[in-house]
Design a protein around this ligand. Structure first.
Ligand SMILES: [Zn+2]
Length: 235
């Protein structure tokens, strides 16, 4: 079931605010979508006559929901969902072309070999992958090999409501023995190309979190205060 579609101005609209007689397009394959449901079923969009099979219709509801939330946050940017990179034979979940970033949303188990292969392929066409790991599957007590592999590579966690966050874990014997508080990521504000690699406003690299120092927490609080003050002054 798809709950979002593009209207004639290519803006993302949710099914509850859509109209039955209007034209909508699938955000992934750009084929026409129709609205259905209402009295007995939740309102949603569907592909009436797909010319080519849509990649989105095979994905889990949660995966689509996360993709559409990313789209909502970045729709003013040059982005695409389910973009096909023919030269490497891969379809990326979500691409931000200007920043050369790919978001891969992972709700199911994955091996470290598969992550490494995708990172390498996308790197060969000039893109960096940011992995968004669903926290009902990852970030648990036992650390998965995929998580070990991603330890120093761009990755965040995403919760069931679609909130993307960074979190530092203290590891011992394959287990998480302690965690920092979660830090919310400001997705529209990446930092690219510096010596620290790719990171985002609000993440652990940005706030320079050190779990043993309480001062870094203060740093985070002060930074939040600065932003609040800044917003107040500009309003
Ligand atoms: Zn489609």
């Amino acid at each position: 079931m798809q709950f979002y579609a593009l209207n004639e101005r290519r803006k993302l609209v949710g099914a509850p605010s859509a109209h039955r007689h209007q034209q909508y397009l699938c955000p992934s394959c750009l084929q026409p979508l129709l609205l259905r449901g209402g009295k007995w079923r939740k309102l949603h969009f569907y592909h009436p006559h797909p010319r080519t099979p849509c990649h989105s219709s095979k994905k889990s509801f949660r995966h689509l929901f996360f993709q559409q939330l990313l789209y909502k946050q970045l729709e003013s940017q040059n982005v695409a969902m389910e973009h096909s990179f023919k030269e490497i034979g891969r379809i990326a979940d979500f691409v931000w072309f200007d920043k050369k970033i790919i978001f891969e949303i992972q709700c199911s188990p994955i091996s470290s070999e598969e992550i490494s292969a995708r990172n390498r392929d996308y790197r060969s066409v000039g893109f960096t992958v940011v992995w968004l790991l669903y926290d009902k599957r990852f970030n648990g007590k036992r650390v998965k090999p995929a998580e070990y592999y991603l330890f120093s590579l761009p990755h965040y966690f995403i919760n069931q409501r679609g909130v993307i966050y960074d979190q530092y874990s203290q590891l011992m014997g394959g287990k998480r023995i302690d965690k920092s508080p979660p830090f919310l990521i400001h997705l529209p504000h990446p930092y690219c190309g510096g010596p620290k690699g790719l990171y985002f406003q609000g993440d652990l690299t940005d706030i320079n979190y050190k779990p043993s120092k309480t001062t870094s927490l203060w740093k985070q609080l002060l930074k939040g205060f600065d932003r609040w003050l800044d917003a107040l002054l500009r309003s």
